[in-house]
Each structure stands twice: as structure tokens, then as C-alpha cells.
Design a protein around this ligand. Structure first.
Ligand code: ADP
Ligand code: MG
Length: 221
């Protein structure tokens, strides 16, 4: 089987990081017991994220999410371009090489985050963002995207309980509502985006993800 890019999207606190780790363990366990990917001699699962999946990206992530780093307000267009720079570096140095080795790449946020946050959230021009996404990805698309759809207030409460909140998480509730609306619109127009009810328990969310993965891998194998 050739490599697959599986993306996790959604507003803060939806459980992306939690679910990605659980999914990796489950995939490896299934493979070891011969229940999934029986034809593959080995299975590599790579976990990564945007921003910050590479060394350059970690520096960009600090700039983007930690308001104290630069000490000045990042402007909206600059923010958009920094995310694009992170993505271009990520694809060239980590995602594409992993896919070429045949790995399953589980990526925490990708192009839909830019549309949802900078487009719907900040109100930047959507066609411009799409153009920029295309430049940053070189046309690479995810094979499957899980949209962890959660009530915005529940998500933000979870994020706050997790610890110190970052620059994006600090934005007001209306901003996050617009972001959620963005994901709704994206999912309407793209059948590769699978909505997962993320208001449920960690186990129930993971179960929905696993069921979809089983279906998809049957198609892919
Ligand atoms: N389904 C769930 N129910 C309750 N708490 C959850 C659930 N999923 C995740 N959490 C907790 O909520 C917080 C945010 O989850 P996290 O996986 O970091 O979300 P994200 O990466 O989408 O921002 C974490 O402290 C996590 O343990
Ligand atoms: Mg996370």
C-alpha cells in the first residue's frame, strides 16, 4: 500500500492530539495481530502537526502561538504567510518523504485549518487562501480528513483545563464560532472530510474514527 495522509481538523479542544495518539497505537496493534494491512510487511505510522512539524516549523510555531516571542502583534497577512511557510517546509522535508516510504502520516491540522481560521475566522479572502494553500502544498491533498466537531464552548473549556492557553485559543468566542462555521462549509463541499461527533467520550470518538479507518483501508488495499 502506498503512503496515506490522514488529517485531523477542528476547533481547539476537540481531541485531535488525544485521538491521533490512540489511533497510532490501534493501527500498530491491528497490524501486529494481522487484522489490518495483512499484505504489508511493515507498518510505519508518523505523527506530526501544523504548525511545528519540522525544526523550522517549531520556530514558526513559537512565533505564531506564543504572543510573547516577538513582543509585537503579528498582522493577519503575515500570519497567513507564516502558516504557509511552515506548511511548505513540512511537506518537503517530512510529509512527502514519509509518504514516499509508504508511511501512514497522521497530521494534526492541515490546509483546512487555514481556510477555517484565517479565512472564516479572520475574514481574509478565501480564493487568495486557496491559492496560497496550493503554493504551499504543491497540490498535495489529504487522503482522508477527520473533522472533530465539538461545541465551541466545550472545546475551549477543555483547552483551558489542559493548561496555559495559546494566542489562537485566547481569541474571543465569536472568532471560534466563525471557525466552526468554516469547517461546516468545508465539510459540505468535500466528501473526503468525515465529520466525527467530538462531544462524546474519548472512547466513543476513537470508535467512530476506527470504524471509518477500517472502511477506508478496505477501499485502499
Ligand atoms: N472526548 C473527550 N472528553 C473529555 N475530555 C477530552 C476528550 N478528548 C480530549 N479531552 C481532553 O481535553 C483536552 C483537549 O484535548 P486535545 O486532544 O488536546 O484537543 P486538541 O488537540 O483538539 O486541541 C485534553 O486535556 C484532553 O485530555
Ligand atoms: Mg492539540
Amino acid at each position: 500500500m502506498i503512503g496515506k495522509l490522514i488529517v485531523f481538523e477542528g476547533v481547539e479542544g476537540g481531541g485531535k492530539t488525544t485521538q491521533i495518539k490512540l489511533l497510532r497505537n490501534w493501527l500498530l496493534e491491528k497490524w501486529r495481530s494481522g487484522k489490518l494491512f495483512s499484505k504489508s510487511p511493515d507498518l510505519e505510522v508518523v505523527i506530526t502537526r501544523e504548525p511545528g512539524g519540522t525544526k523550522v516549523g517549531k520556530t514558526l510555531r513559537e512565533l505564531l502561538l506564543n504572543a510573547d516571542v516577538s513582543g509585537e502583534q503579528i498582522q493577519e497577512r503575515a500570519e497567513l504567510l507564516l502558516y504557509a511557510a511552515d506548511r511548505a517546509q513540512h511537506i518537503d522535508t517530512l510529509i512527502n518523504p514519509s509518504l514516499e516510504r509508504g508511511a501512514i502520516v497522521l497530521c494534526d491540522r492541515f490546509i483546512d485549518s487555514t481556510i477555517a481560521y484565517q479565512g472564516y475566522g479572520r475574514g481574509l479572502d478565501l480564493p487568495l487562501i486557496q491559492q496560497l494553500n496550493h503554493i504551499a502544498t504543491g497540490g498535495l491533498k489529504s487522503h482522508l480528513t477527520f473533522w472533530l466537531d465539538i461545541d465551541v464552548e466545550i472545546g475551549l473549556t477543555r483547552a483551558k483545563n489542559r493548561g496555559k492557553i495559546d494566542r489562537m485559543e485566547q481569541a474571543d468566542i465569536q472568532f471560534h464560532q466563525r471557525v466552526k462555521k468554516g469547517y461546516q462549509e468545508l465539510a459540505k463541499n468535500n466528501p473526503l472530510i468525515v465529520r466525527i461527533d467530538a462531544n462524546l467520550t474519548i472512547e466513543k470518538v476513537q470508535q467512530q474514527i476506527q470504524e471509518m479507518i477500517v472502511q477506508k483501508f478496505q477501499q485502499w488495499e
